[in-house]
Structures are given as structure tokens and as C-alpha cells.
Design a protein around this ligand. Structure first.
Ligand SMILES: [Zn+2]
Ligand SMILES: [Zn+2]
Length: 109
């Protein structure tokens, strides 16, 4: 989590690029070095915020998805995640049952 207080001094001097950290002049829409957008519009209230901030200055709505969520979304859709959990549980239970059967059979024999 980036504390918004840490960003304030750089925002006063200019607009810091979220991608390459190049300090751009105020009023610039895109980074002069890498060309990426310097502002992000809040989906919640349509307020324009510098891209380096994580929360909307107006409504505190989160502007970026967390890295972890993006990773999970990319590699494991929700339904698949659930299935993976069930499969893991099934395998674990099956393994325990199998072990008990072997144990019982050994005792009987
Ligand atoms: Zn840049
Ligand atoms: Zn907002």
C-alpha cells in the first residue's frame, strides 16, 4: 500500500509518471518520456486523479486493482479456483480413506 502522504511533495512539483517515474510538468496529460497516461479517471465519481495515487481524492474509491487480484484473475478465474479447492480436498480425503483401508486390511491380515 502506498501512503498518499508520500506522494504529495512530488505532486506539488509536477506529475510523477506511474510507469517510469519521470517527473512531468503540471498540466501534462501523458508522460513526456514513456508516453503513458498520467491521470486516471475514477470509475465511481469521474474525478481525474494522478495515476500514482491509489485512491480517488474525492470519493476514496480504489483506482487500481491490487497486483494479487490481477494475478489471480489472470491465471485462475473464480469458478476454476473453487473447483481447484474442491479437487484438492477430494484428493486429501481420498488419500486418508485409502490409508485407513490399507491399515484395516493389514490388521485383518
Ligand atoms: Zn513515463
Ligand atoms: Zn471517485
Amino acid at each position: 500500500m502506498v501512503n498518499s502522504d508520500q506522494i504529495k511533495p512530488s505532486v506539488q512539483k509536477g506529475i510523477l509518471c506511474a510507469k517510469c517515474e519521470h517527473l512531468n510538468r503540471r498540466g501534462t496529460e501523458t508522460c513526456r518520456r514513456c508516453g503513458s497516461a498520467l491521470y486516471i479517471t475514477c470509475k465511481h465519481c469521474k474525478t481525474k486523479n494522478p495515476r500514482v495515487t491509489t485512491k480517488c481524492s474525492n470519493c476514496k474509491h480504489s483506482l487500481h486493482r491490487s497486483r494479487r487480484n490481477r494475478f489471480l484473475r489472470k491465471w485462475m478465474p473464480k469458478r476454476q479456483r473453487k473447483v481447484a479447492g474442491q479437487v484438492a480436498l477430494g484428493v486429501a480425503v481420498g488419500f486418508i480413506v485409502y490409508k485407513i483401508i490399507i491399515l484395516v486390511l493389514n490388521r485383518m491380515g
